[in-house]
Design a protein around this ligand. Structure first.
Ligand SMILES: *[C@@H]1O[C@H](CO)[C@@H](O)[C@H](O)[C@H]1NC(C)=O
Length: 454
């Protein structure tokens, strides 16, 4: 349980009108795109001037243990894209990608079908260790993460990157890993800016854990601009064929009202009580659209955990067997189109106060670990070739780790890179400015209010 004091502080702080929220304007869609690029602005996603809702599905054929990249195999992706079209999804999430492979064909097939992709930048080999995060936040890990950005940011239908998935879970000790997840988020955003790339949003995908959900959400959107996320996402299994109130989604709208950045569900789809996917109607209704931008149903392929809606007999099978939930999900999407208009979004973004330490949240500092010294060169030189899904991975690399805390603002990128998107071009990449960032009035006010009131 969160302390009542924190809640009232947040309410007070948000009630102050949060001083000076930032007004953001959608970027115009890229002209050459076969699909318009999606950007984040205010607390919502946009396709040009049209609000964009994630109406998607999680895609991980074989489960996480398969360690397979479905977008690196054209037989696999074409087989499944045909099914995605039948479902009518506009987004897929891919949990494991091989950053040494070519994705041109699968990404083009998806773009032609009007489907966007959210990419997890980590994988079981290259990831943070939730119970021993410091050694795993190292140069080898960041090189892989940045190489994944290099590989996917060139596609117009790359919607977003996840900086981590469920690193923090219901083990209270894992909350100490939040500083590292937030550092990785900072580094990814900084890398994208330093390389002069299109500003594809970066955020974290949180586990469905009641006792730290709000603290984690606030943590990922507190502090200086360079340390915050572009959006927040969480996995939610609380709607078990019931309704908005019984599922507690009314509370999740209430709790996240005024949160300050875009949110969507990175996984949803409880399987207790059967499945009619009533979540879709709720997500597309005006009860949720002011705060949420849709979600991804977990999941496409039927694995041992029983959530999938198609059965795939072998990894390279040329056809799949649709389960009875397949048509139910397609029907839910069809009957609940994306609402017209702006959905009651908020045009401004703002930071919230950082959570304070308590029995469920062990983080007692707002300072983040500094980017490892050896990894700084990637900002100007690019990450180089990705390691793919082979080798020993990065968790036990035991070198190139972070030394000390970062000054807030350390991830701020100054200077305008004059090139766009060519990671091999070393000549004119911008460098990261290490000058301490001057706190904005907003953040100072939030911090001050938080300190005084607690
Ligand atoms: C909403 O916030 C309150 C206060 O922090 C918390 O007790 C409750 O668990 C939250 N509800 C949900 C559904 O996250």
């Amino acid at each position: 349980m969160r302390s009542a004091a924190l809640v009232s502080v947040l309410a007070t702080v948000l009630g102050l009108g949060a001083a000076k929220p930032t007004t953001t304007v959608p970027e115009p869609p890229s002209k050459r795109a076969s699909v318009p690029t999606v950007t984040v602005s205010g607390n919502a996603f946009w396709q040009g001037d049209t609000r964009f809702y994630v109406r998607g599905i999680d895609y991980q054929p074989g489960g996480s243990s398969a360690m397979a990249d479905p977008l690196a195999d054209t037989t696999v992706c074409k087989r499944d894209i045909a099914e995605f079209k039948k479902l009518g999804v506009n987004t897929i999430r891919v949990y494991t990608v091989d950053n040494s492979a070519n994705h041109d064909e699968c990404m083009k097939e998806l773009a032609d079908a009007g489907i966007y992709v959210v990419i997890d930048a980590n994988n079981p080999l290259y990831s943070l260790n939730r119970l021993d995060p410091a050694p795993s936040y190292n140069t080898k890990y960041l090189q892989s993460v940045f190489a994944t950005i290099d590989e996917f940011i060139k596609y117009d239908n790359t919607l977003a990157f996840f900086s981590g998935n469920e690193v923090i879970n219901d083990n209270v000790k894992s909350t100490l890993a939040a500083r590292y997840v937030k550092a990785v988020t900072r580094d990814m955003r900084s890398y994208i800016k330093s390389r002069g790339y299109r500003s594809v949003p970066v955020g974290y995908s949180a586990a469905d854990v009641a006792q730290n959900r709000m603290q984690l959400a606030h943590y990922m959107n507190c502090g200086t601009e360079d340390e915050r996320s572009d959006f927040f996402a969480f996995n939610d299994y609380s709607w078990c064929n019931t309704n908005f109130e019984e599922a507690g989604w009314d509370q999740k709208v209430k709790n996240f009202t005024g949160y300050g950045i875009a949110i969507f569900l990175s996984e949803y789809g409880c399987i207790t009580n059967g499945r009619d996917f009533g979540e879709v109607a709720a997500l597309m209704s005006d009860k949720m659209t002011p705060v949420y931008s849709g979600g991804l149903m977990y999941e496409y392929s039927l694995e041992a955990n029983g959530y999938g809606i198609v059965k795939i007999d072998s990894p390279d099978a040329t056809s799949v067997e649709e389960q009875k939930e397949f048509s139910k999900f397609a029907k839910a999407l069809k009957e609940n189109p994306a609402p017209k208009g702006d959905g009651g979004f908020t045009s401004t973004t703002h930071a919230v106060a950082c959570p304070t330490k308590d029995a469920n949240w062990l983080v007692d500092s707002t300072l983040l670990p500094a980017i490892p010294d050896d990894a700084k060169k990637f900002m100007s030189e690019g990450a180089g070739r990705g390691p793919g899904l082979k080798g020993e991975g990065s968790q036990n690399a035991a070198e190139g780790t972070s030394t000390g805390d970062a000054t807030p603002g350390s991830g701020k990128v100054t200077g305008t890179p004059s090139h766009s998107g060519d990671s091999d071009d070393e000549s004119n990449a911008a460098s990261v400015d290490a000058t301490p960032f001057i706190l904005t009035g907003l953040v100072a006010a939030l911090t001050l209010a938080g300190t005084l009131l607690l």
